[in-house]
Design a protein around this ligand. Sequence first.
Ligand SMILES: [Zn+2]
Ligand SMILES: [Zn+2]
Length: 779
Amino acid sequence: MTSRQPTPGPGILERLSAPTHRQDRLTHVEVVPARRARYADWPDFVPPELVAAWGARGIERPWSHQAEVARAAHEGRHVVVSTGTASGKSLGYLMPALSGVLEARKRGGRRGATVLYLSPTKALAQDQLAGLHALLPGDGGPEVRAATHDGDSSREERDWAREHGEYLLTNPDMLHRSMLPGHARWARFFSMLSYVVVDECHHYRGVFGAHVAMVLRRLRRICQQYGAEPTFVLASATVADADVFATRLTGLPVEAVTRDGSPRGRLTLALWEPPFVSHQGEHGAPVRRSATAETADLLADLVAEQVRTLAFVRSRRGTETVALTTRRLLDEVDPRLGQRVAAYRGGYLPEDRRALERALRSGELLGLAATNALELGIDISGLDAVLVAGFPGTRAALWQQVGRAGRGARDALGVFIARDDPLDTYLVTHPSALLGAPVEASVFDPDNPYVLGPHLCAAAEELPLSEEDLALFGPQARDGVDALTRAGMLRQRPRGWFWTDRRRASDLADIRSSGGRPVRLVEEATGRILGTVDPASAHATVHPGAVYVHQGGSYLVDSLDLDEDVAHVHLEDPGFTTFAREVTDIAVVGEDQHRDWGPAGVNLGRVRVTRRVVSFLRRKVPSGEVLSEEPLDLPEQTLETVAVWWTLPSDVLEDTGLPAVDLPGSAHAAEHASIGLLPLFATCDRWDIGGVSTAVHPDTGQLTVFVYDGHPGGAGFAERGFGAAASWLSATREAIASCRCEDGCPSCVQSPKCGNGNEPLHKAGAVRLLDALLAHAPS
Ligand SMILES: [Zn+2]
Ligand SMILES: [Zn+2]
């Protein structure tokens, strides 16, 4: 079967885009040339028995970036490696970490060496442990006592890890809730800690990132208490400014290794834009064909050409739709082909998943539609082509998915199919944003007072907080401690601040949420709690009548009880999705940073946002057609957060030639598009941020467009918008100007969450306002 397979590349792409009705859809083709491996010698400090162990696993020599990371860490320099998928980031930290443990053993004596490995998920830690066992099976060769420590560990396993563990694999949650508060019992482990590995660290962004930054500071303080000063090694997907991010996350100076020495085959990346198919959008706006429908067509064509293809689809339902549609299309050609396509999603039993993986590897299956594979921990390689239906949120994730294509040195094909929204449309029409140097940065705000406070309490419970400790927790720590003391949560004594409350201080912070009491989702029939939602987003996501997708399953919300913080739901897939719409007011509390762009101004500061969810839209799946808008009666919510805003004075507005009546619509359109584009720079989701625009704002006296973080205290997104304002707002201008619609559509200025029903919107006016703003922007 393999011998008949063609090499995927430009040839196949030509055939995919050949039919006349498809000719406009291919917006860009980029051939990323093959790269040869760059090798390095094993660093001198790696003992021969480890070199032999890796040799037995087929690793003859490290790639250059792996050796670079290993040497930096061995010399005690904190380092972050930021390279592509499958570039073997783990070897970089395993060399110094395992060498250190074995070296300490050889030296003998009481003082050994330990390693703490942190991953954002339990599953990844377990994979890593399996990898360690495979590398060091212990049959006469070198041994390292490794264990995972997570919510599933038994009491015996925990005791063993505490008493004997040398390489402990856990997550920030366990560190926060169990290991740091119980540090006395982990004294042996912490006192010998030589390396802290923070894997997949780009996941620690937004509010979660701020929590993890605080947990790492608490860890450093505990280590210091036991006389240890571990070296931090971080691993990240390719993002902009990995060193800046890692430095913020750890609070330590971190250097970055970004030159990837791993080899790869030639990759042809195609960008694909579905056509406008109807005028059924809001106010008669044109609507594009769905990315799912388009993906099914392409998958069918590739399978018909015998190209082994994986299609990534954002939702479970989308996955099923793509697989079913592809099968139907193929059945019309050759029924035997239809059987070689399947769907792959969460919720399958492990044995079913393994069977699918095997079938794809053997070539028995040719096409597979899958939800994000990394979340599922699937093991699929050996593909020829990857289709990505809709931007997966970050550039790093897109490259990770496309990187699944290519077997060894074989050529590979990747196709990114845009959805009908501003960011996807911008990306397929501005390929340099995907192909050039990364502009997206993992961001968070380590000084968020809502995050800082609970961690100061937790730290004080672990060990009384001294004056010197405050520097570790940042410039806001002093104010934070004073406020907590006034509130009676901390008590000041000569030896520092003490936690004197009876509660467990670590319970004050839920590191996976952004503060406040989370709203629980309870399944009506069973009483089972499915999960929780942040209070700040509950009105918009679990209002009565909302369709809530949880682990791919679709639930309908029956009621939202705001006194009890409970939403009652039942399992149902009604065939539509819902979008909450909210009206918003904003007041400036304080301006923290300001930049003049000629007569215009760009600002960052604290704001008070008053929001009310007023209605929701029902949209048909998969066409996106609006079925109805239903009113809602929910109370106002206020949010103290951080915003970026820009202003234009009236004389500049006059120069634009826009009549006063068009100013509100122009500002509103610019606001919507800028919210759509910020995720490209700030690794957030458009649902994490909100906006307000007005022709004259009472606090600025000028035309003002605000974009704010949707989390109490801010999540770093608005701050990143301020820092990257010129690039971000230029991209916003480009996204609007290059959209081929006439008067605005979901691909440019219409927003699915607009509380004003996408009115008024003035597409051309938005471009003129942004031109006036950007005229004096720094290049
Ligand atoms: Zn448009
Ligand atoms: Zn709006």
